[in-house]
Unconditional design. Structure first.
Length: 1125
């Protein structure tokens, strides 16, 4: 369309890669307007700005701004990267003081998008998505003022006389976003009032024999036949049959309405009066729902160029051919001025001759626009603020760019500093408001953010790799929703009616090629993402701090180095004819075939028992398996199936309250959720499950590749496959960053617009926690020195070395090795009666799990193969993980080049089961003691030949039950002590115990299947009241020091603790206070008072006081202390 050419000609000369900004100057004032036309800076504006008019010279005032409407999405359209000096007209004396009656004038473009399309010969209109105002910056102490120039009338005889113009009228209110997605908002509802009238008083006399143009846009939601009838001043203009849509209460993923756009005309000769009335009627022709919403009414009315007491913005559709035109005004006086504002940055004042002006029209320029005004009719902008000096352009491009909501600037800088020291990155942190000021002249337009990123990318396309959006977003750009969260905006799709084709995406910020940016929503036009982009959707500084701490912990804490980095989980829903099971099988088998060092765990819902709760299917065992996954940890968790913002699957196998209970800070997975809406991050009224995982301070997820809208399984599968084809690629022998993974996944896995709503929630600069070095087994021998086959009940010794990525032994690697032996894959099948049986292999048959030292890059360990194996001889698998002491370094490896099966002819005779010792919370717990509703079960085990962790239906290994209820298998949590195959322990969290007395029973087997049982009794004190449990002092009497030990009932809740010492007269002689989240506390006191004096022998009283930080609950307890010599 030709009006785009006008934009190019206007701004193509801008030097947009300058590293300087005009906004770096002190004292600039930001103003706003909602009006199109000439504005003035006068004494009232200066006074409202809080400035001293006596210190302002009107002859030094300069105004900066940008064109109205949207910032172009297309990268091919040049656009300023800084507010531009626009022409001003100064009406003032020369005394260097701003006085009453003096003014400075400038032009403001339309906020909305109004352009004449010469191809379709129709005015194109659209609301501004991002702002109802235009913003300008005023420099009251400028130099080289851009004074408006004068344009003289063309002396050539005019070919055409123009004495009329197209007046613009519109009606649009934005009240309803049907899907809470996409950029379209709608106004009046026609559900009750089926016929509504919209009236427009016109400003001037109608020009005769011209055509009034009327455009209406309406969204119809009708299940049965209906018409949309449109009339103007009782003249029928249109009657359109409305397309029916499916009942979306039955079909929730089908389109929620049809856009009906109508363009009509009517001759001015048929109209009279000074008002135009548009009547729109939704005529239902059948039963069932039939209604809709008005989007907008847009009128272009030919009116005479007759001057009145208002400004006139002169547009005219006839300016489309070469020639000389005469603009002829009626009623123009010497007090009127006319400006040619076609060039929005370089407009000019016309030098009129006899109330007219001749100009030559070049076809390339397209639309021409003028404004007529008197000084008294000039608009006055609204003062916003005096801005702090800023210049966010930098001569050097960063590696990593953080775009943050202003209030999170401190936290964003903490992350930036970490990236500088940890990764050696050049990092730039910028507040999003500064981007909007500098690249959008104050408008919160998403293209301003894209242009800022593009500014750095164009300087050095290979340097900028990662961009983090640090702040929440919203589908509402204009704060129409209560408690809105549009902190760092996200791109919203044009489609706002189809649940599957609408989306919110940060991909837009990564389209850097000149041919990209328009982002047409068609399947055959795919833009590539050039930068790894992630978002952390925090809404508060506390959330920001929590997530940053989690990121640093994930990458830099020694506690996170453990065998979970070898484990992947594939979780699948059970519906749709086993479709999700099959898709998961394809992915898991791909990983097995190509990346054998990872351990594959399959949790397929169809293989788990389901129960009916209140007419709803649920699977408690599947939930328990997912909770166990979180407890053990995983590198990646992949879920495929149905879902919502709050849960996975119709059976709700994962819900937010489960995530709330996770305490997996040291074992954070990367989640990939190929399901509907689980990652919705732009709805201010909810916190989605993905947000819950990411924002959880003490666990959850390190990041999620997740979906923010409904998705289709076919496009899911494509993107999911692309993820696993890219995730384990290395860069210079090192794991990729999440930003690299999401970028390559998107570029190779996008299917049209259907999976554009996949987004990385997390820091794109995080390095996936893949082990860095390699472990190689060199020898596997039994007691006879044989390396052929591992038989049941045989004693095995394994040895090997640690190697780097260059296959060289690392001789200074000292640490701890975790080794697992897997039996052969087991054939499994689904048991869901509602679907056909689905068969698959599981790779979770661990029959040994132990730990040993790695010294000087070498390791070995010994164990007995348990009796409970599959006796068929076939390949097994060793899985190895080692962490280096004193360094943030680890290694992993596997070996499946050996056989396992059969039994050993040299098996020892053993008929005695293992020794079992039970504790709750710590090993000081006494049988019959008290505890809270959430406890840590501690089990110590010993056997001469070892403990069996093999899992079978007959001999299931280590299990526990409470009060005789169904037993829970906890084999996966058993580890041998270092360099031992005889003794080890389990630590397992048990939650939500009911108040009262309980008993807990544990059964375990040794490797020869000899069984033992042990029971512990305890009392649960509920969490409603804060309670002190088992407060003891020892020794008592005391002579040198005394130990305090107590337990409180609220595990993992912050509690303020203090103890006070009083003498026998009740005088306080010593106290000590601190905060703790531990339910068990131990302290030692040296029996000295505040002055450091040793207590005299006698009787004293100790008061222990607790207060919950969470709900201010309080409790205390007294005990008598005897001090002796």
């Amino acid at each position: 369309m030709k009006y785009f050419l006008s934009i190019i000609l206007t701004i193509s000369a801008f030097h947009h890669l300058s590293s300087q900004s005009i906004l770096q100057k002190e004292g600039l004032v930001k103003v706003a307007t909602t009006e199109e036309g000439v504005h003035k800076i006068d004494l009232s504006l200066i006074e409202s700005s809080g400035l001293n008019a006596q210190e302002i010279d009107p002859n030094r005032i300069q105004v900066y701004g940008m064109p109205g409407g949207h910032i172009p999405q297309s990268n091919a359209v040049e656009y300023p990267f800084d507010p531009q000096p626009i022409p001003v007209k100064i009406s003032a004396n020369q005394n260097s003081t701003f006085e009453a009656g003096e003014s400075v004038y400038f032009y403001a473009d339309a906020v909305r998008n109004i352009k004449y399309d010469f191809d379709s010969e129709i005015y194109q209109y659209s609301n501004n998505l991002y702002s109802d105002s235009l913003y300008f910056f005023i420099d009251f102490n400028g130099n080289d003022i851009n004074l408006i120039e004068t344009l003289n009338s063309n002396a050539t005889q005019a070919d055409k006389i123009i004495n009329w113009f197209d007046a613009i009228y519109y009606h649009e209110i934005d009240e309803t976003n049907i899907l809470r997605s996409g950029r379209e908002w709608f106004g009046e509802s026609f559900s009750v009032n089926k016929s509504q009238t919209f009236s427009f008083p016109i400003s001037h006399e109608l020009a005769q024999s011209k055509e009034v143009g009327l455009t209406t846009q309406y969204v119809a939601q009708t299940y049965s036949p209906a018409n949309l009838n449109i009339s103007l001043n009782n003249f029928d203009l249109a009657s359109e049959g409305l397309t029916t849509v499916s009942d979306f209460t039955i079909f929730p993923y089908r389109e929620k309405g049809e856009i009906v756009k109508n363009n009509s005309t009517i001759s001015t000769s048929l109209l009279s009066g000074n008002e135009l009335s548009i009547k729109i009627t939704h005529e239902a022709l059948g039963s069932g729902r039939s209604d809709g919403y008005l989007d907008y009414v847009f009128l272009t009315v030919p009116e005479k160029l007759k001057i009145n007491n208002k400004q006139i913005v002169v547009r005219n559709r006839v300016f489309q051919t070469d020639g000389v035109y005469e603009l002829k005004f009626e009623g123009l006086t010497s007090s009127h001025s006319v400006w040619d504002v076609t060039d929005l940055i370089n407009y000019k004042e016309l030098n009129l001759e006899n109330q007219s002006f001749n100009f030559s029209q070049s076809d390339a320029l397209g639309e021409r626009k003028f404004v007529v005004f008197e000084q008294a009719t000039a608009h006055i902008p609204t003062f916003i603020d005096e801005i702090s000096p800023q210049s966010i352009k930098n001569s050097n491009s960063p590696d990593y760019l953080i775009i943050t909501y202003d209030e999170f600037f401190q936290e964003a800088n903490e992350l930036a500093q970490y990236r500088r020291t940890h990764n050696g990155y050049d990092v730039e942190v910028v507040q999003v408001s500064k981007i909007f000021n500098e690249f959008g002249s104050g408008r919160r337009d998403v293209a301003a953010i894209r242009n800022y990123i593009k500014y750095f990318y164009q300087r050095n396309p290979t340097k900028l790799k990662y961009v983090l959006m640090f702040g929440a977003s919203s589908y509402d750009y204009k704060n129409r929703v209560n408690d809105n969260t549009n902190l760092v905006p996200v791109y919203q799709s044009r489609n706002s009616l189809h649940p599957v084709f609408t989306y919110a995406s940060d991909d837009f910020y990564g389209f850097m090629d000149e041919s990209e940016g328009v982002w047409e929503e068609v399947s055959n036009n795919i833009d590539d993402v050039d930068i790894g982009i992630g978002r952390i959707p925090v809404k508060s500084r506390a959330e920001a701090k929590d997530v940053i701490n989690k990121i640093i912990h994930y990458e830099s804490s020694p506690q996170v180095f453990d065998k979970w980095r070898n484990d992947l989980y594939f979780i699948a829903d059970d519906e749709d004819g086993n479709l999700h099971h099959r898709d998961s099988e394809v992915l898991s088998e791909y990983v097995i075939d190509n990346f054998g060092f990872y351990n594959i765990n399959k949790l397929y819902l169809g293989a788990f028992e389901q129960e009916v709760f209140a007419s709803t299917q649920r699977s408690p065992k599947m939930r328990a398996a997912i909770n166990n996954m979180a407890e053990k940890g995983a590198l990646i968790v992949n879920y495929i199936g149905h879902g919502s913002e709050n849960s996975w699957s119709n059976e709700a196998i994962l819900i937010k309250s489960m995530v709330d209970d996770w305490n997996n800070l040291d074992r954070l997975p990367l989640f990939v959720t190929a399901t509907c809406e689980y990652g919705r991050f732009d709805n201010p009224t909810i916190v989605s499950g993905a947000q819950e995982m990411l924002l959880k301070a003490d666990g959850g997820a390190i990041a999620l590749l997740t979906t923010s809208r409904p998705v289709e399984s076919s496009s899911n599968a494509t993107l999911n496959r692309a993820f696993f084809e890219n995730v384990f690629k290395t860069e210079n022998g090192k794991p990729q960053k999440l930003g690299d993974i999401i970028r390559s996944t998107k570029n190779s896995g996008i299917v049209g617009v259907k999976n554009r709503n996949f987004i990385l929630l997390g820091d794109p600069a995080v390095t996936l926690a893949e082990p860095q070095n390699n472990l190689k087994i060199e020898n596997v021998v039994n007691e006879n020195g044989s390396t052929d086959t591992l038989n049941s009940m045989s004693k095995i010794t394994v040895s090997g070395i640690v190697k780097n990525s260059s296959n060289q032994k690392i001789s200074n690697f000292n640490g701890i090795l975790t080794a697992e032996l897997y039996d052969k894959p087991r054939e499994s099948s689904t048991i869901d009666a509602s679907e056909n049986e689905f068969n698959f292999l599981t790779y979770d048959q661990v029959i040994y799990r132990g730990k040993s030292f790695v010294e000087n890059g070498e390791f070995d360990f010994t164990f007995y193969v348990p009796k409970e194996i599959d006796y068929k001889v076939d390949n097994g698998k060793f899985s190895l993980y080692a962490k280096q002491e004193g360094a943030l370094s680890d290694a992993s490896g596997f070996n499946d080049d050996f056989l396992i099966g059969g039994s050993s002819p040299l098996a020892n005779q053993d008929n005695i089961g293992p020794d079992i010792s039970l504790f709750l919370n710590d090993r000081d717990f006494v049988n019959g003691g008290k505890t809270g509703s959430n406890v840590e079960l501690i089990i110590d085990l010993f056997d001469e030949h070892g403990i069996s962790v093999a899992n079978s239906n007959i001999n299931p290994g280590i299990r526990f039950s409470i009060d005789g209820n169904e037993a829970i298998n906890i084999n996966d949590f058993f580890y041998y002590d270092l360099d031992s195959y005889q003794e080890g322990s389990i630590s397992y969290n048990v939650s939500n115990l009911e108040e009262g007395d309980h008993f807990l029973t544990v059964t375990a087997l040794d490797v020869f299947n000899n069984k033992s049982k042990a029971t512990i009794e305890f009392e649960v004190v509920g969490n409603d009241q804060l309670s002190i449990l088992d407060f003891v002092m020892y020794p008592n009497p005391a002579s040198e020091e005394v130990n305090f030990k107590f337990r409180q009932n609220r595990k993992n809740e912050e509690v303020e603790f203090s103890y006070q010492i009083l003498n026998n007269q009740g005088k306080l002689i010593y106290s000590h206070s601190y905060s703790t989240i531990n339910d068990l506390r131990k302290d030692v006191w040296n029996l000295k008072d505040y002055n450091g004096k040793k207590l005299s022998p006698g009787i004293y009283f100790v008061r222990v006081f607790l207060r919950s930080v969470e709900d201010n609950a309080k409790t205390d307890q007294f005990k008598k202390l005897i001090v002796i010599n």
